[in-house]
Design a binder for this molecule. Structure first.
Ligand SMILES: [Zn+2]
Length: 384
C-alpha cells in the first residue's frame, strides 16, 4: 500500500483506478501551489535529456535498453553481431584502426588538413562524433578536436598499452576505436581529441547525411488521465518514450499556475506531454497503454480526484493522430471491456504549459510509494 502523507493546502489525494479485470492502478497524489511555468507550443519538442527505456525485442522477452543522447540520437550500444556485420564493409585500414585499436601514421590520414565545414561521423555506424567547429591544427599529424559534438557519443577507457597510460576514445554506439584524448588541448576545454582519419567519415555541410547519421525523428502526443504524477511516471517507463512531462492544456488562460488550474475555472486538464521514438513505440501502442492506466469511463474525475482538470483526454498533434484516437475509442466503446460509455475527450492539442518543477518526475524524485501499473509488456507483447 502507498503511505499517506500531506503536502500543501490541498493535502493528500488518493487515487485508485481499476481498469478492466486485469489491472489495478493506485496513484497517490498531493497538491502544492508554487513554482514556475513555461509555455510550449504542442509542435515544439522539449529539449531532449539523455534517457533510456526498456524494450522487448522481437524474439525475446528480455528487456534491452534504448538510450538517447541529448542531441537526439539513438546511442543504444549495437550488438557485437551488428558491429561485425558493419565492419565487413570497411577498408582494411579502417578495419585495422577501428576494430583492432590501430593507429595510422602521422600526417598520412586524409582528414588531417581538411578545413571544410561539416561533421565527422563514425566510419562504422555513422554516429556524428566531431564537428569542424571544434577542429584545430595541433601539429601532431592527426585530426584534432577540442570537444565532441555530444559527450554521449564518445566513450572513454583507460589504455595501458605501449608502457604508458592514456585515455582511449571509442564510438559510444559501436565501440569502435577512434583515437585518444589528451589534456593539452586549447580552450575552452583544454582537451585534445586525437583521431584517426580512418575512423571517420566526413560529411560536408549541406550534403545529404545517411539515416544513421541523423537524429531520430520524434513525435509528440498528449494524454490526460487524472493526476499527472502517476500518468507521467507510467509513460516514462514506456520503451521508446524519450520524455514525459506533466503540464496543463486545453484551457483558456495562458501560463496557468497549479493554483489557478485547481479552481476549475481555467478549463485546463492535467496532461502529460509524451515525446517518443515512433520507430520503437507507435502512437497506437501509446493509446493502448493509456487506456490501461486509467479508467476512461469516469467523467471529470479519476478515483477521488474530481473536477474538469482530471478529465480523460487524448490531445492530438495532427489529423492522423485524431483519426487513430477516434477509431481506437470507437472500437473500445463497441467492445465489452467497459460497462459504461467512454468519456475520453479527443481533440487537437492546444498550447501545452509544463507544470511547475516540483510536479515533474514527482514519483521518481519523492520515492513515495506510488502504485502504478506497467502496461507496456502487455501492450508490446500484443502488438509487436
Ligand atoms: Zn560507431
Amino acid at each position: 500500500m502507498c503511505d499517506l502523507y500531506s503536502r500543501g493546502m490541498h493535502g493528500l489525494r488518493q487515487l485508485i483506478v481499476s481498469v478492466g479485470a486485469t489491472l489495478a492502478v493506485m496513484l497517490l497524489c498531493a497538491c502544492e501551489l508554487t513554482g514556475a511555468d513555461q509555455a510550449v507550443a504542442p509542435q515544439d519538442p522539449a529539449p531532449m535529456p539523455p534517457t533510456s527505456s526498456s524494450i522487448r525485442t522481437e524474439n525475446s522477452t528480455v528487456p534491452t535498453q534504448h538510450t538517447y543522447s541529448r542531441s537526439g540520437f539513438d546511442v543504444t550500444p549495437l550488438s557485437e553481431a551488428r558491429v561485425a556485420e558493419l565492419a565487413t564493409k570497411l577498408t582494411p585500414e579502417a578495419f585495422r584502426v577501428t576494430q583492432g585499436s590501430g593507429t595510422e601514421p602521422a600526417f598520412c590520414g586524409n582528414l588531417v588538413d581538411n578545413k571544410l565545414h561539416g561533421v565527422y561521423c563514425c566510419v562504422v555506424c555513422g554516429l556524428p562524433l566531431f564537428s569542424s567547429e571544434s577542429k584545430f591544427n595541433s601539429g601532431t599529424g592527426w585530426p584534432s578536436f577540442f570537444t565532441p559534438v555530444d559527450a554521449a557519443h564518445v566513450s572513454e577507457r583507460v589504455d595501458r598499452t605501449h608502457g604508458m597510460e592514456r585515455t582511449e576514445i571509442n564510438c559510444a554506439r559501436c565501440r569502435s576505436h577512434l583515437g585518444h584524448v589528451f589534456s593539452d588541448g586549447p580552450r575552452p576545454t583544454g582537451l585534445r581529441f586525437c583521431l584517426n582519419s580512418a575512423a571517420l567519415t566526413f560529411y560536408e555541410k549541406g550534403s545529404p547525411m545517411p539515416i544513421v547519421s541523423q537524429p531520430i525523428k520524434t513525435e509528440t502526443a498528449y494524454f490526460a488521465g487524472g493526476c499527472f504524477w502517476g500518468v507521467e511516471h507510467v509513460f516514462q517507463e514506456a520503451p521508446g518514450v524519450i520524455t514525459a512531462t506533466s503540464g496543463y492544456m486545453q484551457g483558456s488562460v495562458e501560463r496557468p499556475t497549479y493554483e489557478q488550474v485547481c479552481t476549475g475555472k481555467t478549463g485546463h486538464a492535467e496532461a502529460v506531454q509524451v515525446i517518443f521514438d515512433p520507430s520503437v513505440i507507435s502512437f497506437r501502442q501509446l493509446l493502448e497503454g493509456f487506456f490501461e492506466l486509467h479508467d476512461p469511463t469516469q467523467v471529470n474525475r479519476q478515483g477521488p480526484d474530481s473536477g474538469t482538470q482530471y478529465r480523460s483526454g487524448v490531445f492530438c498533434t495532427d489529423a492522423a493522430q485524431l483519426a487513430q484516437a477516434r477509431e481506437f475509442i470507437a472500437k473500445l466503446g463497441a467492445s465489452t471491456r467497459f460497462s459504461a460509455p467512454i468519456a475520453t475527450q479527443v481533440e487537437l492539442a492546444k498550447t501545452f504549459y509544463p507544470a511547475e518543477d516540483y510536479h515533474q518526475d514527482y514519483v521518481q524524485n519523492t520515492g513515495r510509494v506510488c502504485h502504478v501499473g506497467n502496461p507496456w509488456p502487455q501492450v508490446l507483447g500484443a502488438t509487436k
